[in-house]
Ligand binder design. Structure first.
Ligand SMILES: NC(=O)c1ccc[n+]([C@@H]2O[C@H](COP(=O)([O-])OP(=O)(O)OC[C@H]3O[C@@H](n4cnc5c(N)ncnc54)[C@H](O)[C@@H]3O)[C@@H](O)[C@H]2O)c1
Length: 280
């Protein structure tokens, strides 16, 4: 069991969406202080104001997690000024979507991989030594159902989230092998109603998840040291279905009949721009 009461919690991308919710839920459960990292100054200020009005101790930091030098300097500032982190939630993420891979630029690829994959490793490298030294801590890595299932129109996002799933599980195995006392939870949700994927088609077996419900499940997973949060139920059975079905049969049933491969066709994201559709 990981104790949230009295803990110092850091959430990347904590100014909005599920990041904001997970942070505030940890504070409601008695965490000592909440450290929010986000690139969006306006949202960071608004969220900090609102959470402080609820009498929570909140420390906002404007950080671009895609920039490893900013990650390193801000992490060291946090440790010096506020102490070590007990619960780290690697949540910041972006998508350039509803676009075939041939239409991506090199800059799109670099940015997506930097925010969605590399940043989690750079941030963890800074806070993990303190956790290992104290023999306790919990790291949550937000991947996606797209980290277990390939999907047209989101190839680079899929690549970035598969990287998270593979790294996060390897990290868990290493920390268990070392009997470190540090726990890892990997989170693979399907579409969540935060606006990041606005316009996507809600599918019978993959209904749009409510942000509060998903955030609540992650916080419960932290308390219970659960290895995974996979939601909705369809995501739990994905590895089994992929394992037993021939690829063409899987493509037909999951991709075409259930409509998963068409899910991105109405995608607008936060930007809703015509042409290149981005969500950051
Ligand atoms: N919304 C979904 O359908 C969905 C589904 C599966 C997984 N996820 C994942 O959940 C996480 C949270 O998504 P959300 O739906 O709450 O989205 P969101 O857009 O509401 O929140 C993402 C936050 O990350 C911040 N951010 C983006 N780039 C950053 C950077 N370079 N440095 C620091 N902060 C940055 C944004 O400002 C924002 O506050 C993401 O990793 C996302 O990939 C979302």
């Amino acid at each position: 069991m990981t104790k949230i009461k009295g803990a110092t919690v850091l959430v990347t991308g904590g100014a909005s969406g599920i990041g904001r919710l997970m942070g505030s839920m940890c504070m409601t459960d008695g965490a000592k202080q909440l450290i929010l990292w986000d690139i969006n100054k306006g949202k960071l200020e608004k969220t900090t104001r609102e959470l402080r009005a609820m009498h929570f101790i909140v420390h906002p930091f404007e950080v671009d997690v895609a920039d490893s030098s900013q990650v390193i300097s801000t992490a060291r500032q946090v440790i010096t000024e506020l102490g070590e982190i007990d619960i780290l939630i690697n949540n910041a993420g972006i998508i350039t979507g509803n676009m075939d891979f041939k239409d991506f630029t090199h800059a799109d690829v670099d940015k997506t991989m930097a925010v969605n994959s590399n940043a989690l490793m750079h941030v963890t490298l800074e806070f993990l030594p303190g956790m290992v030294k104290r023999g306790s801590g919990h790291i949550v890595n937000i991947s996606s159902a797209a980290g277990m299932l390939s999907n047209p129109g989101m190839s680079v996002y899929c690549a970035s989230k598969w990287a998270v799933s593979g790294w996060s599980e390897s990290l868990r195995l290493e920390l268990e092998r070392a009997r470190s006392g540090v726990h890892v939870t990997t989170v693979n949700p399907s579409f969540i109603d935060t606006g990041m994927f606005s316009g996507v088609k809600s599918i019978f077996l993959l209904p749009l998840l409510k942000p509060e419900v998903l955030a609540g499940r992650v916080v419960r997973a932290i308390k219970l040291n659960r290895l995974f949060v996979r939601a909705p139920f369809m995501v739990k059975i994905l590895p089994f279905a992929k394992g037993i079905l021939p690829v063409r049969v899987f493509d037909m049933i999951v991709g075409r009949w259930l409509g998963v491969y068409q899910a991105m066709s109405g995608f607008k994201g936060h930007g809703g721009e015509a042409g290149k559709l981005v969500s950051w």
